[in-house]
Write a protein that binds this ligand. Structure first.
Ligand SMILES: [Zn+2]
Length: 198
């Protein structure tokens, strides 16, 4: 039996979300049919809004409603340090810790020869540009403790160090293979405090 087209389309849409297969997508689609009109409207509006109202900060690449983002605009922050992360959600994790007062740079990915992701595919060039423009003394690389995260850290280190800027890497209170976003605040704080020079 074929599903009516609106349901088939909704199932296809749900299946584009990470970790959702056909079975879950079908269950969600039928659940949606039973939801109240206003709830579905809100849902649809918020889906459109995250794409329409959020942008990437032209300086650091973080997600923001205004450009530059709040952190880049904050004159009280320490401009001598830039902490480099893979994704915007890592910035949120770091900010929750409340102990880091420098600036950020979001790469939007990591280098991955396996998946064909090279330096030009992630947000590296604007980071190098910032080194010329700003009074940066230290780059703290906080990519995840995965093979790709490590490779990206080494690549950045080789790129940045010749400019006479200190490059450090978060300490491995973070276990191997672990993601920054899931680390608790104490672990993150220790990882920042125990950072080592690359
Ligand atoms: Zn920014």
């Amino acid at each position: 039996m074929q599903y009516p087209e609106p349901i088939a389309k909704l199932i296809d849409s749900y299946m584009k979300l990470p970790g959702i297969g056909q079975k879950t997508a079908t269950r969600l689609a039928f659940y949606t049919i039973d939801m109240k009109d206003e709830v579905v409207n809100e849902f649809a509006k918020s889906l459109l809004s995250v794409k329409r109202d959020l942008h990437f900060c032209s300086i650091c690449g973080n997600i923001t409603e205004e450009d530059p983002c709040e952190i880049c605009q904050d004159t009280t922050r320490d401009k001598s340090m830039i902490l480099v992360v893979e994704e915007p959600k890592d910035v949120m994790a770091m900010e929750k810790m409340r102990e880091f007062h420098g600036l950020y740079h979001v790469l939007h990915g990591v280098l991955s020869p396996m998946e064909g992701t090279g330096p030009e595919d992630i947000n590296i060039a604007p980071l190098i540009q910032r080194l010329h423009d700003e009074e940066v003394k230290e780059i703290i690389i906080a990519t995840n403790a995965t093979t790709e995260g490590e490779a990206t850290a080494m690549y950045l280190s080789r790129l940045i160090k010749p400019a006479g800027i200190k490059v450090t890497r978060l300490a491995h209170g973070l276990s191997v293979g672990s993601d920054i976003e899931y680390a608790d605040e104490v672990t993150l704080l220790k990882a920042v405090e125990g950072r080592r020079e690359l």
